[in-house]
Design a protein. Structure first.
Length: 718
């Protein structure tokens, strides 16, 4: 590096807090624009990474939160973003506002030798750096998306940079946190090696510092605009897209960079494909050309596999296809097609079934398969909660009022969303949606109590759990479609813009989200199940859990048996003497888990000093651990005596044997046996039954041997 540049960099060495860095990157953000940050437990590009991110406006809460991210992989978006018409913000080109930084990846500090001084240099791993230049927010070039994309495209084509990173809303490392990419030396502490906050440049000057060709970028942007000249005005990405009319179903490219493909009927498919080929060969926005063509093909009904083959055929044999950028673009075609399928392939409303609902997941298959073919297709059960709930299953938990069934569903939802084990069983972490039909105030308190009990797990980076603000009449196909659309629009996305599908959707309760129909009608219930399967289960590739009530018969769920016939898994939740018992009633594939018992643990959430009251709620807590309580410590070679060990002497009806049998079976003195028996009576585990003692109903429930579990009615519904 030139001596002058070295001296200038040395003068700029120093440290800055992440909030100070973000204040320079995102000046003036607020209601009309925001930055975007991400904290992940896994580095981007590594399996399991979560690229969702959150808006940044520099509020006090955001500054406090980011200070706790020092042990995580931290990133920021190189552009500011603008809210959509509905007020939501996503890290997509549809919400692009202004380019704020130019950043070289995997560079060396001498990369700017003789060219100028950058704003900052971050060491991201041993021997590897990111060099960034913060841009002048008053420079009009930074608001020209075509020009900014051309400049970022030059960076992506440089050696050592990500050839797939041709995106002004890309993530780069924040000078904070760690790099957890696998390496022998372990996680690397990201460090800011040079910091010159006064070095804020125009886009043209920044290109000069980083060795980019500003004039070539201007020419490329001009060529792009000429290629798009005459295209009709269309909405931007994220605007609602209507289903194609007969003979239409075409997707036109947007009139400006960042405009989305939308369905239109005033162009032929051949015209659009020809234009796509022209853009590919001209090297003008190849990523968007492939995206537009994929959306057009999918929207017009072309199967995903055929669309992928068509797009690969368009690229094959072209001179640019053998370049690193071309290979990256071709490798990205399947992802572009999958994204188009998720966004533009709208399912038709299912016909009203005349019998029990039938599932038709995935593409059509032959009607008949040989036993050998079936054996080759054998797959192990994939669990959402190990041994309890399967992935991509239709499940239900039912119970009478005040049986803690909603507490159970919430506990499952929170454990899946956070990835925490449930009752020592592993969970498959992923986004979760709760379609809440009732008790929204109580649900807020329950979420707060669960979060407090689990050390703020719901507030950790990457956790995604959302709750509807109202019920959804799922019997109405239009409402079910609207629910699917809202979920897809809200779901987090990977760095490549791919939707992260939910791990679970919980409908609580069936009654409140049923709609204008009769639960006892086979026709109505079959349509309800068909809509659940069509718009949620299959379209989102998720597990759907229904929370339902019992009827006059407390041993089964309310309504038509068409529901039970369609379910993969059914669980019963019953209450007796303050204990709640969960029992598997149906497991389509896999062994039934053992019955489990719980109690509600009160949690004080907040003290309202003004009104002198405590705001509290409860969480579900397993009471099986009580059975492992040691009653008598080990002496000599004898194992410690537990409550389960003593109560195990009872017969099938819960009756305990005479005291002499206690002494003989447990090797106790008569004095010790009498003391233990007296204590267990006082603790409520044993009750008198004539001359003998019996295990109490509450304790039998905990042991999975409850005898008289009849749910009692309560005015309070859960």
């Amino acid at each position: 590096m030139a001596a002058g540049a070295v001296a200038a960099l040395a003068a700029g060495q120093g440290q800055a807090s992440p909030s100070e860095v973000l204040a320079l990157l995102y000046p003036g953000v607020g209601a009309q624009s925001c930055g975007w940050v991400l904290a992940s437990e896994v580095s981007l590009g590594v399996q399991g990474a979560d690229a969702a991110g959150v808006p940044w406006r520099g509020t006090g809460d955001e500054v406090a939160r980011i200070a706790h991210w020092a042990h995580l992989d931290c990133y920021y978006c190189t552009s500011t973003l603008r809210p959509g018409a509905d007020g939501s913000v996503r890290r997509t080109l549809a919400h692009w506002g202004q380019l704020r930084t130019l950043v070289l990846d995997d560079a060396q500090p001498q990369a700017t030798d003789g060219l100028g001084v950058p704003t900052y240099v971050v060491q991201t791993s041993p021997g590897s750096y990111q060099i960034g230049v913060v841009l002048d927010q008053d420079d009009p070039d930074t608001r020209d998306l075509g020009l900014c994309r051309a400049v970022v495209g030059q960076i992506s084509r440089r050696p050592g940079n990500d050839v797939a990173g041709n995106n002004p809303v890309r993530y780069v490392r924040l000078p904070w946190g760690v790099n957890t990419k696998p390496r022998e030396s372990g996680a690397w502490q990201v460090r800011l090696t040079h910091w010159r906050p006064q070095q804020v440049l125009t886009l043209a000057d920044a290109c000069g510092v980083l060795g980019l060709d500003y004039d070539a970028a201007v020419a490329e942007a001009r060529q792009w605009r000429q290629a798009l000249e005459g295209a009709p005005a269309v909405p931007r990405l994220g605007d609602p897209v209507a289903a194609p009319a007969a003979g239409a179903g075409l997707v036109a490219p947007g009139p400006a960079l960042g405009a989305a493909p939308v369905l239109t009927g005033d162009r032929s498919q051949a015209d659009l494909i020809r234009q796509c080929v022209e853009r590919l060969n001209a090297g003008v926005g190849r990523h968007d050309a492939i995206r537009d063509a994929a959306a057009s093909l999918i929207a017009s009904g072309v199967p995903g596999g055929a669309a992928t083959s068509i797009l690969r055929g368009l690229c094959a044999g072209q001179a640019w296809a053998s370049t690193p950028e071309g290979q990256a673009r071709i490798a990205d075609i399947p992802r572009a097609v999958r994204t188009a399928e998720q966004r533009f392939a709208r399912p038709a409303r299912p016909a009203e079934p005349t019998g029990p609902a039938r599932r038709d997941a995935g593409p059509a298959r032959p009607l008949l398969l040989t036993a050998t073919e079936r054996l080759r297709d054998l797959q192990p059960v994939q669990w959402l909660i190990d041994g309890v709930i399967e992935q991509r299953a239709l499940a239900m938990v039912y119970g009478p009022p005040a049986s803690a069934k909603s507490f159970l569903a919430l506990d499952w939802a929170c454990c899946v969303a956070t990835g925490l084990p449930w009752c020592n069983r592993q969970t498959q972490r992923g986004p979760v949606v709760i379609v809440a039909g009732e008790g929204h105030g109580g649900l807020r308190r329950r979420l707060a109590a669960w979060n407090l009990e689990h050390d703020g797990a719901l507030e950790r980076p990457g956790v995604w759990l959302q709750v509807t603000t109202r019920s959804v009449p799922i019997l109405d196909a239009q409402a079910a479609q609207g629910l699917q659309d809202d979920v897809l629009a809200a779901l987090p996305r990977t760095e490549d813009g791919e939707i992260v599908m939910p791990a679970a959707v919980i409908v609580d309760t069936v009654a409140r989200n049923y709609g204008p129909g009769d639960e006892n009608s086979t026709k109505d219930m079959s349509l309800f199940v068909a809509n659940i399967e069509h718009y949620l289960l299959h379209a989102l590739g998720t597990t759907v859990l229904l929370v339902h009530h019992t009827g006059h018969d407390a041993t089964r769920e309310r309504g038509s048996s068409a529901l039970r016939a369609a379910l993969d898994q059914i669980f019963s939740m019953q209450e007796h003497e303050g204990a709640y018992r969960l029992k598997a009633m149906k497991m389509k594939d896999g062994e039934e888990p053992r019955s489990m018992s719980f109690k509600l643990k009160n949690i004080s959430i907040k003290h309202d000093e003004e009104n002198m009251v405590f705001i509290s709620s409860a969480v579900l807590e397993s009471i099986a651990d009580e059975l492992d309580r040691v009653i008598l410590p080990a002496h000599g070679q004898r194992q410690a005596l537990t409550l389960a060990g003593v109560l195990g002497l009872s017969d099938a009806l819960g009756l305990m044997p005479p005291l002499d049998t206690w002494c003989r079976q447990l090797r106790l003195s008569k004095t010790s046996a009498s003391r233990i028996r007296r204590d267990l009576v006082q603790q409520g585990h044993l009750t008198e039954d004539g001359p003998r003692l019996r295990v109490s109903e509450k304790t039998l429930v905990a042991m999975g041997r409850g005898m008289h579990l009849i749910g009692r009615e309560s005015a309070e519904d859960d």
